[in-house]
Design a protein around this ligand. Structure first.
Ligand SMILES: [Zn+2]
Length: 437
């Protein structure tokens, strides 16, 4: 069981100077309380016994504020790093103080994460050298991105800047890790200044070490600029940060892909064919502003038919995510797809995917999986789609169904659907659900 939380608390906060004066960055206030204190409170709440602060700039301000930790019933230790060693360099310098397994958190991120659940995920994987908390953010185009397999193992890091048309998925390291000391030590001292994401983790993956990504919809966001600090403060006042803790069920808007979010192209099989429908990105943003998750559930029989590889499908989804971010600074909380198709006997098909599955809409496998992964309250949730398959999947799963008439699929009618449930497109439907007051 992991009992120790290490916090990288050395940040100066140069970009925050106009708001916080010469306070160290982790002391910037959210709801009147320093970010670092929110972190400490959360560590205490989840039963961590020790917090190690790796300090640098104005360490005395932090030490005077927190003392020995008895106020929170947690033991505090301070480790002063006078020279800037980088995130991993500072951690290696303090290695003598660290347990065999520990959590590490960047001091400039506001979060409300179930740290115990995260730590257990790491401990449950005996080969895990490191586990990274990962999530989509609203600016993947200028973030370091990573790739994971279905079993959550990290296969690749893509540092910013990204090559044109690379279209990586929106999977971003959030600044919270679970680390195994023994797996790290051989990387100490390889350079004077070492960063986890730029130097250490990519080397570990290249060396065949097991790194895992822990995907979560919980809130974790850095507040290193005046704009971000203002945004995080607003989210705190709205209760959005606390509300997203995994213990709390949240409502979601389930979205169909082709004809709902992106333009319908028959048998879409290349990333270059992706085009967001007008207003769709703004609609996704409005879903988040209303404190709902946005979850994509899409049938992709092109995989079973052998017309599109899983790798190309990931590029398609990566491009869609990048377009959402550039158009409206928004993202999808998760994407689920069904690669199956029930009818077999065609040239080029993938026989093992030609099955009657329980995930292909109107079945509810994807919706139920999402509800379990993300703790979604289905009774308060909606499904928006442009086909009867979406409509029926919604009813079967106990969601409120909504029909959009923006798809171009032929061969079905929606005469049976009540007119008040039919909207011209996603933006109109979402504007109806969440009117701007
Ligand atoms: Zn399926």
């Amino acid at each position: 069981m992991i009992k120790q939380l290490v916090i990288l608390a050395g940040g100066q906060g140069t970009r925050l100077k106009q708001v916080t004066g010469d306070l160290p960055k982790p002391m910037a206030p959210i709801g009147g309380i320093p970010v670092l204190e929110h972190q400490v409170r959360n560590a205490a709440r989840y039963g961590f016994e020790e917090v190690v602060f790796l300090t640098s700039y104005r360490s005395e301000v932090i030490e005077n504020h927190f003392g020995d930790g008895s106020r929170w019933n947690v033991k505090f230790r301070y480790f002063l790093d006078e020279s800037p060693l980088g995130t991993a360099g500072a951690t290696f310098a303090a290695m003598g103080q660290l347990d065999e397994q520990f959590l590490l958190l960047y001091g400039d991120v506001m979060h409300d994460v179930d740290l115990r659940h995260f730590a257990e995920f790491h401990c449950a994987r005996q080969d895990a050298a490191a586990t990274l908390f990962v999530h989509p953010n609203d600016h993947p185009q200028d973030s370091d991105l990573l790739e994971m397999r279905d079993d959550a193992r990290i296969t690749c890091f893509h540092g910013y800047p990204h090559a044109p048309a690379s279209w990586y998925r929106n999977v971003v390291n959030a600044g919270l890790y679970a680390l195994t000391r023994q797996a790290l030590v051989s990387y100490a001292g390889t350079r004077e200044k070492l960063d986890f994401c730029k130097d250490v983790f990519p080397c570990m993956v290249a060396d065949g070490r097991s790194l895992y990504g822990y995907s979560s919809r919980e809130y974790i966001k850095d507040m290193g600029t005046p704009e971000r600090l203002a945004t995080v403060n607003a989210h705190y006042e709205q209760g959005r940060i606390q509300g997203l803790n995994r213990a709390n069920p949240v409502p979601a808007i389930f979205l169909d892909r082709d004809g709902t979010l992106i333009r319908h192209v028959p048998f879409l099989a290349r990333a270059e064919q992706v085009e967001l429908l007008a207003g769709a990105a703004l609609a996704v943003r409005r879903i988040h502003d209303a404190s709902y998750l946005a979850v994509l559930v899409t049938n992709q029989p092109v995989i079973a038919r052998g017309e599109c590889s899983v790798r190309e499908l990931e590029r398609i989804h990566g491009r869609m995510e990048q377009l959402l971010a550039t158009e409206a600074h928004t993202y999808l909380d998760a994407i689920y797809y069904c690669p199956h198709h029930p009818d077999s006997g065609f040239d080029g098909e993938v026989p093992e995917l030609k099955i009657a599955c329980d995930c292909r809409k109107p079945n509810t496998g994807m919706i139920r999986k999402a509800a379990q992964d993300l703790n979604i309250d289905l009774k308060r949730s909606f499904m928006i789609g442009d086909s009867m398959r979406d409509w029926k999947a919604a009813i079967h799963a106990g969601l409120h169904p909504i029909f959009v008439n923006s798809g171009q699929e032929d061969g079905y009618s929606f005469d049976d659907i009540p007119a008040e449930k039919v909207f011209a497109d996603l933006h109109t439907a979402v504007s109806h659900l969440f009117p701007i007051i």
